[in-house]
Design a protein. Structure first.
Length: 115
């Protein structure tokens, strides 16, 4: 079976976490399920042998990329307009903002609009 090594270097097999290691993050590894242990192999090289501590069955065979490793989807008209906040700039006298932005100069003072 195949598993995708997550960003922390882990894979899960039969509700058991296997520590593969940081150098293998993002790689798809093959996990060989045997009677008492799991063997993890990548490109013909054995990365480790882990004792099986769970009685849970293996229910998934193929590795699927998680949502964090997928490319962002293309925007559509149904998403509506994309509004970005006015940029703030740090100056020697405090915070400043672009025209039309509302900001607070100091804690406790009232908000001001830049014209």
């Amino acid at each position: 079976m195949q598993r995708l090594v997550d960003r922390t270097g882990l894979v899960m097999v039969a509700h058991q976490l296997l520590v593969i290691g940081y150098p293998h993050r993002g790689k798809v590894v093959n996990v060989v399920v045997e009677d008492t242990h799991f063997r993890v192999v990548h490109e013909g090289k054995q990365l480790g042998v882990y004792p099986s501590t769970s009685e849970m069955p293996v229910t998934s065979i193929k590795a699927w990329p998680g949502p964090l490793s997928r490319k962002p989807r293309q925007g559509s008209l149904e998403d509506g307009p994309q509004v970005s906040p006015a940029p703030l700039h740090i100056t020697g006298a405090g915070w400043s903002a672009s025209k039309g932005a509302v900001h607070e100069l100091r804690p406790g003072s009232s908000a001001q609009t830049i014209e």
